[in-house]
Structures are given as structure tokens and as C-alpha cells.
Design a protein around this ligand. Structure first.
Ligand SMILES: Nc1ncnc2c1ncn2[C@@H]1O[C@H](COP(=O)(O)OP(=O)(O)OP(=O)(O)O)[C@@H](O)[C@H]1O
Ligand SMILES: [Mg+2]
Length: 524
């Protein structure tokens, strides 16, 4: 038999089979078709030793994208780029870099403790004109896992969990993080209404660029790592998985920068909660329940948002005092803001309830950060350990912090002027923000030495100013003390006069002053 004849015969067999299958589909009773399929599956099962599991992109009636599918997708994209032949390229916004993942109808193998697993990505393209709830152009995608049946237990008990866990970790690493701010509740209702608006969080701050003493910095980083890995620990001690940080210190010492560095370090989202637009405790709860896990919830200037009795206290801003020359819009905005503050009834206890974990216990880990310029103004109940677990003082620039700034701003690790700067920093107080401002070259001509000299001049000026203020205060104190010294002398005089008057029998006890006055008047 020639090759051509063989091909002809094979073609007729295939054509016959196809015809048979079409006839079967058309004429075989529908009810019997199901049991026929079952039997063929069983038959195939005897000879086909593999287990297949499919994971669809959309599940349930609510057309929700399956979390498992997303996790598998992330896992496979992290593992496929080296092995698959057909890849899909996507841009990850955060790093603006291209991420390669497995293309449709592509297959790769994975190895799990020596077990070989096949993964294929598949797509069912909908037939033309058919109606579908799913995004039509995309089709319906699913992943198929194939493995030898003898590994069924390993796969179902541990491999799938492993894939999902790893996939989620990859997704967290690649995800675009967000900075959320709360919307006023009047905008919560209606079509597409949301409690939080967000923008992409792309703050460049990191612990490397944060100017503060290395020991303190490392301690904070260790604390954060311990927290983020402490799921089972928090479960064991029966505490909601959250941690409170209180950052306090003068303006410009890096409190907001520290929050950004924390978010970047942990890869968390940031929820910047503006309490003045929250009407009451119920709204606060709703907002907080609506936050996602792996997030930092920030309340800046907490001392300006709540007072000790739990009543709201408007923040006094410089411009609030300036009534003149306001344009109508800013005036209207201010009126609205004032109205918000008036109608806002978030109480201290409402906030405490949240911090205590009753409302934040839903979902995964959350960090709560309060910042303040005046720690002494805060209610001790609010900042006690257990609520605000870690208190971090952000203080004036020390030499170690300066060295970080010098390296960031000027790429200088050491310089002969450093010793002088060290002395000056020990003698005077300057915030890291001011130090940074002086270190920043203002033009191309300014080299490192010019900038360091600029800083020295600023520090010397600050030192002089401090000296002047100190001597003024001392003079004031001395004047007050002198005044106090004069006072007893006068009283002594009065006492003497009373004594003389008593001796002369001019006054009786209990009516000394009147009698003295009258004595005096009498004298004159
Ligand atoms: N410790 C620091 N390390 C690095 N940069 C800092 C530090 N402190 C301040 N800066 C710089 O100063 C600027 C202001 O700092 P930041 O906004 O973090 O201060 P803050 O403590 O939040 O002030 P405020 O109390 O007024 O909110 C930042 O943009 C940053 O560039
Ligand atoms: Mg700040």
C-alpha cells in the first residue's frame, strides 16, 4: 500500500467518524446522551491515568472574577516566562516594566516535590451572535491542571494551596498601590457612589532615604516586619491583626514621610482619613469596614480632630483668621467646611471602639497611624499601649539623620565640614525639612561644598536666633522674679502699718484693711 493510499483510507475513517458523531449529536435522544457520555468518560478513565482540574475566570451567578483564577494567573506568569513558547506582554503600572505571562492555548509544566504538573491556559471563544454576560471580545478563559492520578491527594491537599498563596504574594508585589481619601457622605449614594476615592500611590519615600537615627529606624522596620508576618501570632493571642503607631513631633520632622516609607516598605495601600468630613460614628464604622486589608489607615493631626471630651474641635488654620480678601468660592468652601464640622459627631469613644478592633477585625492586617504635633494634648485613653502600640518621636535633625540627607541630596558620605555641622546640630534645633532645604542645590553652579556652607550659615543663624530668644526669655523671667520679690516687701510694709495701727488701738481684728484706709485717710 502506497503512502497516498494510506492517507486516503485514514481520511475516509476520520470522515466516517465525524459523520457518525454528527448523526449521534442530531438523532441520539437527548436524555440518553448524558448517560452515554458518563459511560464513555468512565471507559476513558480506565485507560487515561490523568486527573484534570479546571479553574474558570468567572464563577457564580454574579459574574465575579474568581480570586483563585487571578492567583493562578499571577503564579503562572511568575513561573511561565522562562518555559512557555507563546507569551503575552503586559505593562505593570507601578514599575512601568513589561511583565510576560502565558498566552492563550499555551502549556507549561511545573514541578512540585518531584511531581510533574501540566498547566494549560484555554479560551472558549463565544460563537458569533450568541448572547453572553461575559466580556465578549475576551471570551471565557480557564486554566486546566493535569497530573497523574496517583498524586491526587498531594495536589488537592497542598499543591493548589501553595499555588494560590504564592500567586497572591506575586500579585501583591506587582499590584499598583493606591492612596485613598474619604468622600463626604452626601456623595455616598447613587450610581457608582464610593466611600473612598483613590489615586495611584507613588510616593518615593523609603527607609533608606528617611533621615533618622539608624538604631531607631531599624527598630521600626523590625516591628513592621514582625507585624506583617504575624498572622498566626495574632490569631494565637486572640487579637485583631492590627497595630497602632503614634508619630509625634514638630512640623517638618518627617511624620508624613515616615508613613509613605512604611507603606512602600510593606507594600500596603494608604487610607488617609479626614475626620472632619465624617458625620458620626456610624459613618466612621462604614468607612473603616470598607477599607481593604494590607493597608495603613492614617489620621493626621489627631489633636485637631478630637478633643478630650470627644467633641470635635476645628483646626485653627492661619488663613481662617484672615477674613478679608476671600474670593467667593473659598468663602463658600469654608462655610461648607464649618457646616461639616458643626454637624460632625464622631466621638472619642467611636474612635476608640474602632481602634480596639471591634470594627477593624474584619479581614486582614491593618496598620493605624495617628500623627500629631502636640502629643501632650491627646487623651491618654487614646494613646495608651494596646491602642497606639508604638509611640515614635520624630525629632529635630541629629547628626546621623543629617548624614542620610547629605547622601540623598549631595551624594556625599563624608566631608571636612561634617565635624562643624555635627557641633552645630548638637547646639541648635533644626528640623530635617529645613536641613534638607538648605542642602538642596538651587542651581547647577552650587556644588556640595557650597550647599554644606549654606547649611552651616543657616545653622549659625538659627543658633544666634535661639540665643537671642533665650536671653529675652531670661530677661523676662528675671523681671517677673524681681516683681515677685518686690511684692513681699510691699506686703511687709502693709504688715508694719497694720502693726502700728493695732498698737495705736485704731483697728480691731477682722476689719484691718478698712481701718487702715481710714487711718491713712485720717493721716492725710
Ligand atoms: N526625617 C526626614 N527624612 C527625610 N526627609 C524629611 C524628613 N523630615 C522631613 N523631611 C523632608 O521635609 C518635608 C516635610 O516633611 P513631612 O511632611 O514628612 O513633615 P511632617 O512631620 O509630616 O510635618 P507636619 O507636622 O507639618 O505634617 C518632606 O517632604 C521631606 O522631604
Ligand atoms: Mg505631615
Amino acid at each position: 500500500m502506497t503512502i497516498t493510499e494510506m492517507w486516503t483510507q485514514l481520511g475516509s475513517v476520520i470522515a466516517g467518524l465525524m459523520f457518525g458523531w454528527a448523526m449521534f449529536q442530531q438523532y441520539f435522544p437527548h436524555q440518553l446522551r448524558g448517560s452515554f457520555n458518563r459511560y464513555t468518560q468512565r471507559l476513558v478513565g480506565f485507560v487515561y491515568p490523568y486527573l484534570q482540574i479546571t479553574f474558570h475566570e468567572y464563577t457564580g451567578e454574579r459574574l465575579k472574577r474568581s480570586e483563585v483564577y487571578s492567583a493562578i494567573q499571577s503564579y503562572l506568569s511568575a513561573n511561565s516566562s522562562m518555559r512557555a513558547n507563546k507569551l503575552k506582554a503586559d505593562v505593570v503600572n507601578k514599575s512601568h516594566s513589561v511583565v510576560l505571562s502565558m498566552d492563550d492555548h499555551e502549556e507549561i509544566t511545573d514541578d512540585f516535590n518531584g511531581i510533574k504538573i501540566w498547566w494549560s491556559s484555554n479560551k472558549i471563544t463565544p460563537q458569533a451572535q450568541s448572547f453572553s454576560f461575559y466580556p465578549i471580545t475576551e471570551g471565557r478563559r480557564y486554566f486546566k491542571l493535569t497530573v497523574h492520578r496517583r498524586y491526587r491527594n498531594v495536589i488537592t491537599n497542598s499543591y493548589i494551596d501553595h499555588v494560590i498563596k504564592e500567586g497572591k504574594a506575586v500579585a501583591v508585589k506587582n499590584r499598583q498601590r493606591k492612596l485613598y481619601t474619604n468622600n463626604p457622605s452626601n456623595n455616598w449614594y447613587g450610581w457608582k457612589a464610593t466611600k473612598w476615592s483613590h489615586v495611584v500611590f507613588e510616593h518615593p519615600a523609603s527607609f533608606d532615604t528617611l533621615a533618622m537615627a539608624t538604631k531607631e529606624k531599624e527598630e521600626i522596620m523590625k516591628d513592621l516586619v514582625k507585624f506583617s508576618k504575624g498572622k498566626s501570632y495574632y490569631a494565637k493571642i486572640g487579637k485583631a491583626w492590627k497595630r497602632g503607631y503614634l508619630l509625634y513631633g514638630p512640623p517638618g520632622t518627617g511624620k508624613s514621610t515616615m508613613i509613605a516609607a512604611m507603606a512602600n516598605f510593606l507594600n500596603y495601600d494608604v487610607y488617609d482619613l479626614e475626620l472632619t468630613t465624617v458625620k458620626d460614628n456610624t459613618e466612621l464604622r462604614k468607612l473603616l469596614i470598607d477599607t481593604t486589608s494590607k493597608s495603613i489607615i492614617v489620621i493626621e493631626d489627631i489633636d485637631c480632630s478630637l478633643d478630650l471630651t470627644g467633641q470635635r474641635k476645628p483646626k485653627e488654620k492661619e488663613e481662617d483668621k484672615d477674613e478679608e480678601g476671600q474670593d467667593p468660592i473659598s468663602k463658600k468652601e469654608k462655610e461648607e467646611e464649618a457646616e461639616n464640622k458643626k454637624s460632625s459627631k464622631v466621638t472619642l469613644s467611636g474612635l476608640l471602639n474602632f481602634i480596639d478592633g471591634i470594627w477593624s477585625a474584619c479581614g486582614g492586617e491593618r496598620i493605624i497611624v495617628f500623627t500629631t504635633n502636640y502629643v501632650e494634648k491627646l487623651d491618654p485613653a487614646l494613646i495608651r499601649r494596646g491602642r497606639m502600640d508604638k509611640h515614635i518621636e520624630m525629632s529635630y535633625c541629629c547628626f546621623e539623620a543629617f548624614k542620610v540627607l547629605a547622601e540623598n541630596y549631595l551624594d556625599v558620605e563624608s566631608h571636612e565640614l561634617f565635624a562643624k555641622i555635627q557641633n552645630l546640630l548638637e547646639e541648635t534645633k533644626m528640623t530635617p525639612a529645613d536641613v534638607a532645604e538648605n542642602l538642596m542645590p538651587k542651581s547647577e553652579d552650587e556644588d556640595e561644598e557650597t550647599c554644606l556652607k549654606k547649611l552651616i550659615a543657616a545653622l549659625e543663624e538659627a543658633k544666634e536666633e535661639e540665643g537671642r530668644k533665650k536671653s529675652e526669655e531670661e530677661a523676662k523671667l528675671k523681671a517677673e522674679q524681681d516683681k515677685e520679690k518686690d511684692q513681699p516687701a510691699k506686703e511687709d510694709e502693709k504688715g508694719k502699718e497694720i502693726g502700728i495701727a493695732k498698737e495705736n488701738g485704731l483697728i480691731s481684728n477682722g476689719k484691718e484693711e478698712i481701718s487702715i484706709e481710714s487711718t491713712k485717710q485720717g493721716d492725710s
